[in-house]
Design a binder for this molecule. Structure first.
Ligand code: CP
Ligand code: NVA
Length: 303
């Protein structure tokens, strides 16, 4: 039994295997075919934060694979005074074949996984968003063919999405550059973790957004204030203003594709001109959440 709580719970080889299953299922889906690899299987989604993409892409994935899903929001009493996270996980494991959890705190997902007797998949925590990074790099691979050697420039907050991309890029031989204002870079414990996990990876941090995107094959951004950081919004808007991904910045990398995990705050981290422009692949990226999660679920659960 495997939990996928952080991207490094998967090896490069395993990610490639998941991508291969995803590609096969995506091709069949485009031809109107459904591969019922998980008949009778049930996925539970336990979410403490809002979601469109993660929730619906997992639910659609299970439906297409011949299984089913149940969504548990705030009324299920997860991580509340109603019962312990461990009791919740032990009991839910009796009904579900796997659990996707979106939590305010990464520690809550870890506690759930420690108690669960079925695989737990992180559907976003304050620390990371592994399924997002997998779909992003799958999308990039579809555009360029070969991943290794290319540069992904993340312009913005060194947040959950940025951390996950740094790890997946490092695992797959892509160069990762974070362009963030001072105070919003990766923290020291995460830098040390990257060094020990991926000693040969090229992971660079800078405050210079233009320098970051110049050699980039992908320019990526995300909201400046993530879910749970609403109180810091005003301060963050000011700090990140020079890091907007706009037409002027994208002129430095005319051959790059633009990515955003969505939801986007248009006019803040990205302009309409970029997100709706010819370099943007954001809708395809969102679509690939479903294809890659089908690959992940089939890889984890199919006999
Ligand atoms: N990108 C992403 O995870 O979107 P949701 O928050 O809508 O699930
Ligand atoms: N960094 C964002 C990602 C949303 C998909 C957040 O955590 O709110």
């Amino acid at each position: 039994m495997r939990h996928i709580l952080v991207p490094e719970d998967l090896s490069a080889h395993e990610i490639e295997a998941i991508f291969a299953i995803s590609k096969d299922l995506e091709t069949k889906y485009a031809a109107g075919l459904r591969d019922a690899l998980l008949p009778g299987r049930m996925l539970a989604l336990v979410f403490e934060k809002p979601s469109l993409r993660t929730r619906v892409s997992f639910e659609a994935a299970m439906a297409h694979l011949g299984g089913s899903s149940v969504f548990l929001g705030a009324d299920a009493g997860f991580s509340s005074s109603r019962e312990s996270v461990a009791d919740f996980g032990r009991v839910l494991s009796e009904y579900a074949d796997a659990i996707v959890c979106r939590s305010k705190s990464h520690d809550t997902i870890s506690a759930l996984a420690a108690a669960a007797s079925v695989p737990v998949i992180n559907g976003l925590s304050d620390y990371c968003h592994p399924c997002q990074a997998l779909a992003d790099i799958y999308t990039f691979k579809q555009h360029v063919g070969r991943i290794a050697g290319h540069t992904l420039a993340f312009v913005g907050d060194g947040n959950n999405v940025a951390r996950s991309l740094a790890v997946v890029c490092g695992l797959l031989g892509m160069r990762f550059v974070l362009a963030a204002p001072q105070g919003y870079e990766f923290d020291e414990p995460f830098r040390n973790h990257l060094k020990s996990l991926l000693p040969n990876a090229e992971i660079v941090e800078t405050t210079d957004a233009v320098a970051a995107v110049k050699d980039a094959a992908v320019v990526y951004t995300d909201v400046w204030a993530s879910m749970g950081q609403e109180k810091e919004r005003a301060r963050r808007l000011e700090a990140f203003a020079p890091y907007q991904v706009n037409e002027a910045l994208m002129k430095h990398c005319p051959d790059a594709i633009f990515m955003h995990c969505l939801p986007a705050r248009r006019g803040e981290e990205v302009t309409d001109g970029v997100i709706d422009g010819p370099q943007s692949v954001v809708v395809e990226e969102a679509a690939n959440r479903m294809h890659v999660q089908k690959g992940l679920l089939a890889w984890l659960l199919a006999k």
